[in-house]
Design a protein around this ligand. Structure first.
Ligand code: ADP
Length: 258
């Protein structure tokens, strides 16, 4: 049986996994999961071996994003991750029934996350992208503390409220010495697919300014785009669906920057 690392206070690493990158947001609905999925695909496109772990216990979206709903097979003491578009994927959503109300207390979140890290046969990976639970509460802090993260990507919309949450996210990771890889502005602006008119629905550029104010890298902006939402809902995120399109390029630039 493979040796199991003990999740000590020094941070649980995963044997064979070189880097663990957390994708986080101060609140839900800003596009954290969409960004995590497309970032993972963009890293894969660079030739890296990539895993995606959906740790968003409150609303796992990876099963929908990749149209996956089988139960993972168990081999020995480990679960085999599912695969889609060359990514190894594990989600808390594969393990519980859809529609089940999940009430998680902090320690339960932590143990579920630890299990997904250490009891899954990730194999050799260059990067494991972790779609974090939203928020900057105790569960997130504990996770940031206990998992050996190489760095964190913070996703925010340009709105002030989201930015205030993003600021808390940056502060949280800094508190536990996790490097901030940078901030992504999602839903940055809107381009009408019919007439091409561009509208800054949520006020464009806020995350770039905020990143600058916090001394964190700004990784790039992703527009609010129908194609991004549609491909996600259809189970094949935009980077997989339109690998040479403009949105894939934008996610590619973010993957280069991390
Ligand atoms: P979170 O993980 O932060 O809760 P999601 O990634 O699940 O957010 O996104 C919430 C909703 O917004 C989803 O329906 C998703 O498809 C949509 N969405 C996210 N980012 C974009 C975008 N850039 N353009 C269009 N729709 C988006």
């Amino acid at each position: 049986a493979p040796a199991r690392p003990s999740p000590g206070p020094q941070g649980a690493g995963v044997p064979g996994v070189r880097h663990i990158i957390a994708v986080a947001s101060g609140k839900g609905g800003v596009g954290k999961s969409t960004t995590a999925a497309n970032l993972a695909l963009a890293l894969k496109k660079q030739g890296l071996r990539v895993g995606l772990m959906d740790a968003d216990v409150y609303g796992p979206s990876v099963p929908t994003l990749f149209a996956l709903n089988e139960r993972p097979e168990v081999e020995g003491k480990q679960m085999k991750p599912l695969e889609a578009h060359g990514l190894k994927i594990m989600s808390i959503g594969f393990l519980v029934d859809a529609g089940t109300a999940m009430i998680w207390r902090g320690p339960m979140v932590m143990s579920a996350l630890t299990q997904m890290l250490t009891e899954v046969a990730w194999g050799e990976l260059d990067v494991l992208v972790v779609d974090m639970p939203p928020g900057t509460g105790d569960a997130q802090l504990t996770m940031a503390q206990r998992v050996k993260l190489s760095g964190a990507v913070i996703v925010s919309t340009p709105q002030d409220l989201a930015l205030a949450d993003a600021r808390r996210g940056v502060a949280m990771f800094r508190k536990v010495d996790v490097p901030i890889l940078g901030i992504v502005e999602n839903m940055s602006y809107y381009c009408c697919p019919n007439c091409g008119h561009r509208a800054d629905l949520f006020g464009h550029g806020g995350a770039r300014a905020e990143a600058q104010a916090m001394g964190a890298p700004f990784l790039g902006e992703i527009p609010l785009a129908l194609a991004i939402r549609e491909t996600s809902d259809a189970g094949s995120p935009i980077v997989a669906q339109q690998p040479d399109g403009e949105h894939a390029k934008a996610y590619g630039a973010i993957a280069e920057a991390v």
